[in-house]
Ligand binder design. Structure first.
Ligand code: SF4
Ligand code: SF4
Length: 369
């Protein structure tokens, strides 16, 4: 059985989307919904070579998420295919309405699809408004029947509350179970708060009816700073798929370019002390084990649902892989090594500060011109 060796999050700075969800984090940014396809500096073959199992030390969980709709990224299928053929496991975040790209992926062999999970974002109000509910359901079921895993996830929002009953009926009818829930967050706040006007008591009362283990785990870590030593940066990377620039996770210092010089070892460096308020994507980072011992909860378990007929949203091989932890297949490091990495982090901070300062000066100069 494959065990996770590394956790790789691919960021794709492409903000095209066919939806306009009111809670979208993209709408909170200045560059929202630009119709620009990113320039990919490395080919799918080059990315595969840079992310080979040999270079990573074994199979990785890889998450593909664009700023906009992931399946609208030109050639996304070619990148995912190369990496899955290499033996990695892919999670693709999608609103599941982009048939041309989906058709290409679902035409692959079952063996390849058994390494793929679609994180199907169930944007009920947008789907209803655009009359695409049936297309969403058909695509989710097509993906599962082709051999891929699926996970249906709703973003709880105050506006969705009047529609909860019909959403639940639709889910039971088409997906055999209730959807999981994520937590809508307000990235504009310093504490990365809940995006709701309800009190926390009201919020819990409304959304607990979905009995989502995924949501329960997210709530259990929401707002809690992770104080133990974090191996993000040594066991994980957050890589810009278009350039190869790598961070340890959603925070930490710029490491190096992960796609350049695939003949050399990757230059890892753990974060150690988490610098942000809370690990808001800890549903994956923590359950997959970036902080040893942080939780007994396993990623496959909280992504899955069992239908009334006994079948599961996650296919067995992928679920077993998602239920392994980084701490089980990587060695922890000594205090001496931690000190060494602390100095390296300080050095990396020193390296990035001047370039940010230069960028700031350039921006100021441009404004004056
Ligand atoms: S589908 Fe995703 S990217 Fe598009 S508007 Fe909705 S939340 Fe934003
Ligand atoms: S706790 Fe989470 S956000 Fe913080 S460094 Fe670790 S993985 Fe990154």
């Amino acid at each position: 059985m494959d065990k996770i060796k590394k956790l790789i999050l691919f960021r794709i700075p492409m903000s095209i989307c066919n939806f306009r969800c009111h809670y979208c984090y993209l709408a909170q940014r200045d560059e929202h919904y630009q119709g620009i396809q990113p320039e990919m500096k490395f080919t799918p073959e080059q990315v595969r070579k840079a992310m080979s199992k040999e270079r990573l030390g074994g199979p990785a969980y890889m998450n593909f998420c664009a700023d906009g709709e992931t399946l609208l990224v030109t050639n996304l299928d070619q990148y995912v295919k190369e990496l899955v053929e290499e033996g990695h496991y892919a999670e693709i975040v999608s609103n599941m309405t982009i048939n041309p790209m989906l058709d290409k992926i679902l035409a692959w062999d079952r063996a390849l699809l058994s390494h793929i999970e679609f994180k199907c974002s169930f944007h009920y109000l947008e789907l209803k408004k655009k009359n695409l509910l049936n297309r969403f359901a058909e695509n989710v079921n097509r993906a599962w029947e082709a051999g891929a895993s699926v996970n249906i996830e709703v973003t709880p929002s105050d506006e969705l509350i009047p529609y909860i009953d019909e959403l639940k009926s639709f889910s039971m009818e088409h997906f055999g179970a209730l959807p999981h829930l994520t937590i809508a967050r307000d990235d504009r706040t310093a504490g990365i708060d809940y995006l709701t006007n309800l009190s926390i008591e009201e919020y819990d009362k409304v959304w607990s009816q979905f009995d989502s283990g995924f949501w329960k785990f997210k709530k259990s870590i929401f707002g809690i700073h992770q104080g133990d030593y974090c191996y993000a940066g040594l066991w994980s990377m957050y890589i810009d798929l278009t350039t190869g620039e790598a961070l340890p996770c959603y925070c930490g210092h710029l490491l190096h370019n992960a796609f350049e010089h695939p003949e050399k070892p990757l230059d890892w460096c753990p974060v150690g002390k988490c610098p942000i308020a809370h690990c808001y994507n800890g549903h994956a980072l923590l359950t997959l084990g970036t902080i040893p011992g942080a939780t007994e909860v396993r990623y496959g378990d909280i992504r899955d649902r069992e239908r009334a007929d006994g079948t599961h949203w996650l296919q067995p091989e992928l679920k077993a892989f998602f239920n392994t932890k980084l701490e089980e297949s990587n060695e922890t490091i000594s205090n001496g090594k931690k000190l060494e990495y602390k100095l390296k982090n300080a050095w990396l901070a020193g390296c990035t500060i001047p370039s940010r300062a230069v960028a700031k000066v350039k921006r100021t100069m441009n404004k004056k011109e």
